[in-house]
Design a protein around this ligand. Structure first.
Ligand code: AMP
Length: 419
């Protein structure tokens, strides 16, 4: 039996990796422009980081983690998300005294969740995320929204997703709201799904994003959290809405958004593709997580965008035209001219051209066939005669035109144009 990949994992093959690279390039550009610094943290962490940081009662921790004992009997978990890991690294490395605050970090990487497979839902998937530490101002929330929105804009999918925002308040106003919500829900409890019955006791806010029709119906007339916000939370939320309007960033308020993780407070948001029924990303404020994980009380805000799902959107909407393909130059050589031709092969490669050459000792005709299959733009022929005359033949594979030119890099460049 051949060994096959694990359920929920995918091999991303060259025809797709170029889409990933294109997305990652935009991410790098935007983070450089916003002066957000990259952080890379381990793929596995102590299980406690997630049970304490993400929350014992969340689906992620409760049902979806890849947890195992290592050979030293430590409980290890493959990261199901990256905020907790970044917070751990922020505290452990004393970043607050090394980088001027507010500290702005970004990451990309694979996450692992034991989930039911469906389109856009995998067990290994990748996120791009940003975490800001040290600013309690709504302006930090705004900058995270601007950065994530900018990525969607550059990828031409900003108008394909809806930005939905909400505020889940601070500890004080959320507690008051939860009391109101429970009062409202308790007469209906028997009519709700089993998960919501458990959530009612353990995590009532999560009832708000239940997808079961019968629960959704009951929730239609439930009190909404934005009516229960205290002055500070309400001011912040109004400021965010007003600023988004001034920045012409379209949004809707969706009071059902609570996000799946326990650490959020105040602003929360999601980008959702209604057409494809896919959540593309989400984020929000998590002012208590640093102290929960043992650091000094530090306000923080961030987001995560699922790269796998961005790829799905780009493909579904046929938005791959901006992916730049280098021209392919094929150097056709024989045994006696191979070494000499490498001079030119390497010069062009150093100039950022994509160059292939004969690595299989193939005949002239076989090389030409291969260049055709590669869809090469130009074939440069360097045989013994050419070397003798200090020239090369160059064939434009698009037009079929062939000519002899001087064997020097500038003449070649002139003929083939930009990379
Ligand atoms: P979350 O950390 O659950 O808020 O997810 C943030 C984003 O990551 C989502 O909006 C998705 O785009 C992506 N995502 C989450 N879970 C998965 C998954 N199992 N497979 C693919 N993408 C995912």
């Amino acid at each position: 039996m051949n060994i096959v990949r694990q359920k929920g994992c995918r091999d991303i093959l060259p025809e797709d990796t170029k889409i990933w690279q294109y997305i990652e390039e935009q991410i790098r550009d935007i983070c450089k422009e916003y002066n957000i610094k990259e952080i890379r943290t381990p793929v596995f962490e102590a299980t406690e980081l997630y049970s304490r940081g993400v929350g014992d009662e969340t689906d992620i921790v409760n049902k979806e983690m890849y947890t195992f004992l290592d050979k030293g009997n430590r409980s290890i978990t493959l990261r199901p998300e990256l905020t907790a890991g970044v917070v751990r690294a922020y505290i452990e490395n004393g970043l607050s005294s090394k980088i001027p605050s507010p500290i702005k970090l970004w990451y990309t990487g694979n996450m692992y969740r034991y989930e039911k497979m469906q389109k856009g839902r995998y067990r290994e998937f990748s996120q791009f995320g940003v975490e800001f530490f040290g600013s309690s101002s709504y302006l930090a929330d705004i900058e995270t929204i601007c950065a994530s929105y900018e990525l969607l804009k550059r990828l031409n999918i900003a108008d394909k997703v809806e930005l939905a925002i909400n505020s889940i308040g601070c500890d004080k106003c959320r507690k008051e709201y939860i009391d109101k919500l429970k009062n409202y829900l308790s007469p209906y409890l028997n009519d709700m799904c089993d998960t919501c019955k458990i959530r009612f006791e353990k995590n009532p806010l999560r009832i708000l994003d239940c997808k079961e029709e019968k629960c959704k119906k009951i929730l239609n007339s439930a009190p909404v959290i934005t009516d229960s916000l205290c002055d500070e939370c309400s001011n912040d939320f109004n400021n965010i809405k007003n600023t988004l309007e001034k920045l012409n960033i379209n949004y809707i308020v969706d009071t059902r958004i609570v996000r799946g993780l326990d650490y959020y407070n105040k602003t929360v948001y999601e980008y959702v593709s209604k057409d494809l029924e896919l959540a593309v990303g989400g984020g929000g404020r998590y002012d208590k997580l640093v102290s929960v994980l043992g650091g000094v009380n530090t306000p923080a805000v961030g987001f995560g965008i699922g790269i796998d799902r961005v790829v799905i959107l780009l493909k579904e909407y046929g938005l791959l035209d901006n992916i730049k393909n280098n021209k392919i130059i094929y150097f056709l050589t024989d045994d006696s001219t191979y070494i000499k031709s490498l001079e030119y092969v390497n010069s062009l490669r150093n100039l950022n051209y994509t160059v292939e050459t004969n690595i299989q000792e193939r005949s002239f005709n076989a090389q030409l066939k291969y260049a055709n299959k590669l869809n090469a733009d130009f074939v440069i022929i360097i045989g013994e005669d050419e070397i003798k005359n200090n020239e090369c033949s160059i064939k434009n594979m698009r037009t079929g035109e062939q000519s002899k030119i001087k064997l020097d890099i500038n003449s070649i460049k002139e003929k083939i144009g930009n990379a």
